[in-house]
Design a protein around this ligand. Sequence first.
Ligand SMILES: C[S@@+](CC[C@H](N)C(=O)[O-])C[C@H]1O[C@@H](n2cnc3c(N)ncnc32)[C@H](O)[C@@H]1O
Length: 324
Amino acid sequence: MSLLKYETELTGQGAKIYGSECSQVICDIFDMIVRGLRKVAPVLLNISSTSQSCNLVMSRYCTTNLFTDQKQTQFYAKFRPHYTSEIYNTIVEFCKESHSDFDLAVDVGCGSGQSTIPLTEYFKKVIGVDVSENQIANAAQNAENVTFKVSHAENLDFIQSNTVDLVTVAQALHWLDLEKFFSEVFRLLKPGGSFVTYGYGLFKLEPEAADNVVQHFYGNVLGNYWPEGRKIVEEKYMSITLPFPGWRRNDSLAIVKECTIDEFIGYMGSWSALNEYAKANPDINLLDIVRERLETSLISQTNQKAIKVTWPVFMLMGHTPISR
Ligand SMILES: C[S@@+](CC[C@H](N)C(=O)[O-])C[C@H]1O[C@@H](n2cnc3c(N)ncnc32)[C@H](O)[C@@H]1O
C-alpha cells in the first residue's frame, strides 16, 4: 500500500485533503477529521471540494466505509425497495437486441442481492459482487444459480474474460472508480454483451404532509451527512455518459410502494447519512423523532396511516460492439 502524498489543510473555508493514492489509513484519518470537525464547527466542513485528489479520497472513503455497519446493512436488506418486474423485462429485452446467450450475468455493487436475485430467472448463472462483507452476509441465497462474492468492482479477476453476457450495476455506479471498472467490464463482456446501470432518484411521499416532514429531514437535517455521490443519484445519473456506442437511457419507470410509518422508518434506517448522523450525534435518536413527526402529521392532519412512496427509476444501457 503506497502513500505517495498526503497532506491535510484546514482553512477558514473548509477541509481540504490531498492524496494521489487513497489507502485505508487516509480513510481512517479522514473519518476522524470529519467527525471531529462536525463536533467543533459543522459549517467549516465543506465536503464538496472541487479538488480532484480530494474526490479520489472521498470516493474511496465512501466505498470502504459506507454500507458496512451491521445494523444499517440489516435495515438495507429488510427495507430497501425491491425493483419491479418491468425493470427486468426492460433489461432482458435489451439483452435480446444483441442476441444474448443468457449464460452469465454479473451484478456489481449487489448489496444484499435486491438487484441480483431477479436476474436468476433469466440467466443460467448469476454472480453478485459487493465490497461490503456485511451486505453480502445479508444477501438472500434463495436461488440455486446465484453465487455472491466479496470483491472490489474494479478488480474482478475471479471471472474469466469474454464470458459474461450482462453486467449490471444498480444504485452503485457512483461509488466506483469508473476508469478501472469499465476496463474490467470490457474485459468480461462477450462481443455484443450488455451493460445496464440503473437506480432510483429522490422519492416522493403521499400524502403531502408526510412528504414535507421527510424532505425536511432528508435535506435540512441530514444534508451535510450525505456523501458526495448522493447528488449524482438525485440527478438520476444525468451527468454520466456510458462508454458504449449508441447507449441510451430509459426514464419511463417508477417503483411505487404502500407502506406503514414503521416500514418507512426502516427504509430511512438504511440511509448512509442516517448512519453518519448517528455516529456524530450518539445521543439523538433521529428515527424516533421522524416517527413521532410522521405520526402527528399523518394522523392529526389527514387521519391516514399508510404512506405511498414513489421513486423515479432511471436506466442507462449499452452494448459492446459485436465484432472487436
Ligand atoms: C446503494 S447500494 C446498492 C445495492 C443494490 N445493488 C441495490 O440496488 O439495492 C451500493 C452498494 O455498492 C457497494 N460498493 C460501493 N463501492 C463498491 C466497490 N468499489 N466495489 C464493489 N461494491 C461497492 C456498497 O457496499 C453497497 O452495497
